[in-house]
Design a protein around this ligand. Structure first.
Ligand code: HEC
Length: 460
């Protein structure tokens, strides 16, 4: 859906697509800012996707009353850009579904709040309509968690995996996926995997509660990555010639993160599959820098250190197109930066997150794939802040942090979804990626030994 709202001379970028914008605060020409004329359209487009009944945000922002009674807080969270949540810096990659407000919109909200939140004449524009059914239409297959899982009213965040049998007898090609949580207020994100080995199902059966704990992926051989969903996310449509393979007889795994909401909730997640008969002519290449979630990157962060940085680089042996990027770290991850250095020395910015928030594990999809030639080098840097000044540091006072799967351990990677420009080059690129992975596996063995020694010496 493409929707643009025009208010006199003002055209806003909408949540559904970007419309050229040509106004500053001056464009108001002395007219006072009111809810009905100016603020409601902004809130409808920038906030209502999450701030409406049944969605992730803790309250609705649909009516004048909803917004006016939280005016001060709204002014503050928009000015700091805490809301809408969007962590990629502008100018470092152009992404789809960008949830970034224009400076002029933030200014309008501030003016309105400073003017005492006037409602204005007439009535506000209708709230946007959101699709009630599946956004992409009738799916080919829908699967749901086999047992409901209860999220208590409060307590720590929960990470849990759920295996679901997929009733297919042959390999299928997925052209799109759409995730639907039932308890939207508590489901924070979910990563999707296919497990052809049956291991996940065994782990699920062994655990008396529905699902099983831990970052299951590490323990299961041959898992197939099928992307995922995070709060605010839409259906996921894969590049036309690169649908994802769902191996026959696989179990589908939801790897989910729940955040208690203050009220007990019961979750049954569902996913809709859209298949295509046309097998992939190119297949997804995962370029993760550093690879293996940073196991071999030497993550050993002294308490108080706010500059600890890991990084890796990869020179492309053949041209690729990058279509998405997923940064990952835990609580004290702070800054992610990645860029490509072209053979002629030019730098192409790929993503920059200055203030990482563990709660928003977004997958950023490029508006247009970024095409890089052979010989281009992708650089990735991740900085951690283990000081007491980091408000997201789970330890106070800070303590030494090593690589590990727990959320108070650290990991770090910037992971690109890529396609070879020429499918003939795929194996060449994969071989080079495997060498990088092997180097990191070796480093991680050495590093685990060091970690044991450090721990043992501290215990003495
Ligand atoms: C992608 C979903 C999403 C969008 C879009 C979004 N919010 Fe939120 N908002 C949330 C969630 C989830 C929370 C609760 C968790 C949190 O505070 O991070 C929240 C919390 C808030 C809070 C409470 C913060 C606090 O400290 O208590 C305010 C105020 C708020 N949002 C305002 C807005 C406004 C104004 C907009 C639009 C300009 C907006 N949000 C857009 C998801 C969203």
């Amino acid at each position: 859906m493409k929707l643009s709202v025009t208010l006199g001379a003002l055209a806003f970028a909408t949540a559904f697509g970007t419309v050229p914008v040509c106004f500053g605060a001056d464009a108001l020409g002395g007219e006072s800012v009111t809810f009905n004329a100016h603020i409601a359209p902004i809130v409808n487009q920038r906030c209502a996707s999450c701030h409406r009944p049944g969605q992730a945000a803790p309250f609705s922002l649909l009516s004048y009353e909803d917004v006016a009674k939280r005016a001060q807080l709204i002014q503050a969270v928009t000015q700091t850009r805490y809301m809408p949540p969007w962590h990629a810096e502008p100018g470092h990659g152009a992404f789809k579904d960008e949830r970034r407000m224009l400076d002029a919109e933030i200014e309008l909200i501030a003016k309105w709040v400073d003017a005492g939140t006037p409602e204005g004449q007439g009535s506000p524009p209708e709230a946007p309509e959101f699709a009630a059914g599946w956004i992409l239409g009738e799916p080919d297959l829908v699967i749901s968690m086999e047992e409901p899982f209860t999220i208590p009213a409060d307590g720590r965040d929960i990470y849990r995996n759920f295996a679901v049998r997929v009733p297919t007898t042959e390999d299928k090609w997925i052209r799109a996926l759409e995730f639907r949580p039932q308890a939207r207020t508590v489901v924070h994100h979910s990563l999707f995997k296919a497990d052809p080995s049956g291991t996940a199902r065994e782990l699920d059966a062994r655990d008396p509660e529905p699902g099983f704990r831990g970052m299951g992926g590490a323990r299961i051989q041959g898992l197939v990555n099928l992307s995922g969903w995070a709060v605010g996310g839409n259906a996921r449509v894969f590049p036309k010639d690169a649908p994802l393979r769902l191996p026959a007889g696989s179990d589908f795994i939801f790897q989910s993160h729940f955040h208690p909401s203050g009220k007990e909730e019961t979750e049954i997640s569902s996913v809709a599959f859209y298949f295509t008969d046309k097998p992939a002519t190119r297949s997804r290449l995962g370029i993760a820098l550093p690879p293996n979630f940073g196991t071999g990157a030497g993550i050993n962060i002294a308490p108080g250190d706010s500059e600890f940085t890991i990084g890796e680089s990869f020179t492309l042996p053949a041209p690729v197109e990058l279509y998405g990027v997923t940064p990952h770290a835990h609580y004290i991850g702070k800054e992610f930066k990645s860029w490509a250095e072209l053979p002629d020395g030019e730098a192409v910015p790929l993503i920059w997150i200055k203030d990482w928030d563990f709660a928003w594990q977004d997958m950023y999809i490029y508006e247009e794939p970024v095409v890089l030639p052979a010989g281009a080098t992708i650089h990735a840097r991740i900085r951690y802040d283990n000081s007491a000044d980091n408000p997201r540091n789970p330890s106070n006072p800070p303590k030494r942090v090593f690589w590990g799967p727990g959320s108070e351990d650290e990991m770090g990677t910037i992971s690109f979804s890529a396609l070879a420009v020429n499918s003939d080059d795929e194996s060449l690129i994969r071989r080079k990626l495997n060498l990088l992975r092997a180097k990191h596996l070796n480093q991680s063995r050495r590093f685990r030994q060091e970690m044991r020694e450090i721990r043992a010496s501290r215990e003495r």
